[in-house]
Ligand binder design. Sequence first.
Ligand SMILES: O=C(O)CCC(=O)C(=O)O
Length: 289
Amino acid sequence: MSQIKTTPITVVDSISKADFVKYYYKPQRPVLIKNLTKDWPAYEKWNLDYIQGLAGDQLVPLYNNVPTKGHKKSVVPAAEMKLYDYIEILKKGPTDLRMFFYNVLQKMPQLTKDFDYPDIGLPFFKKLPVMFFGSKGGKVLAHYDMDLADLMHVHFHGTKKVMLFHPNQAKYLYKVPYTVHNLETIDMDHPDFEKYPALRDAEGILAQMNHGDALYMPSGYWHYITYQDAGFSITLRAFPRSGKRLAKLFSNLLFMRNFENIMRRVKGEKWTDYKENKVLRDVNKKYDT
Ligand SMILES: O=C(O)CCC(=O)C(=O)O
């Protein structure tokens, strides 16, 4: 079966700060680091039972991959339930409900004692450690992070597969205008190359993550994620400090998201349909379809 082309990510057991900066941060190359978190208490402690034990009565928003249509905002929770109950569902699985961008500092500050910001040359922003939860088979739409942060993404409890794309691959990925993701109709695991021929030219990098593995995703890198087991991850972020990337960050956060939500409110489905047709037309015109 035809698949999107990928090469395996570089994997290192451990790395010095000087080497990380020289070989990965400065040139903006992804890398999977096996032992970065072995001395974190989280490495021994973090699993679904542990998080469930600390959940209390808190309610959490849950998201799925069903596109929001009509006049709704672009990101709207599909459900809300107690974290305890959600983890129960995850353990039984499968479910398409995911927890997304859950602010650990605000919601479960006791967890911050279990991890460290590695001294690896990334200027981490310590106020926004965020967690993600998913079920076996759960998929995260291919996207890049709107804030253009450099990301250290650490996985716990099970395994997950991450397909990464350099920002220069966006032209092959059918990015929807005024969003940071590609067309929701694309199945990145079984791509329809007749309908989306540009995907044939995309070249990704594949990372297989196990418990405790840390994945460095440079600024603007696209990621498409498949949970192979129920599990969860934490992402630590370092923001751009100057130049073009900082300007783009502000334009994404202040302009793009608001513009998209205004257009959805005013035009509803006509706007989303227009954009989806436009990206198909614009990308496919180079491919003689
Ligand atoms: O693993 C996930 O569920 C999503 C992770 C993600 O998109 C991120 O860290 O930016």
